[in-house]
Design a protein around this ligand. Sequence first.
Ligand code: SF4
Ligand code: SF4
Length: 76
Amino acid sequence: MAQGMIEIDLDLCKDCRLCMSVCPQRLIEPSDRLNQKGYRFAQFIDRSAKKEGKKCTGCALCAIVCPEIAIEVYRG
Ligand code: SF4
Ligand code: SF4
């Protein structure tokens, strides 16, 4: 299966949580911290090192739905 990773620009995030709702691997969660605008920004959970079975496939669904264009997807 293809592997990927994402980067989220935390200061663009407005905590709408659309990315979390569409990720088939459930790899995006709200942070415990706030960004400069006071939102609990989305964060990518990289489980690839822990062998928990859920890995980013680079499907880009998260980036497509993000209204703030805060997510970059990398495939490798
Ligand atoms: S690219 Fe796909 S698998 Fe990876 S974090 Fe985004 S929605 Fe999830
Ligand atoms: S879809 Fe974009 S703005 Fe919404 S929570 Fe995810 S990263 Fe933040």
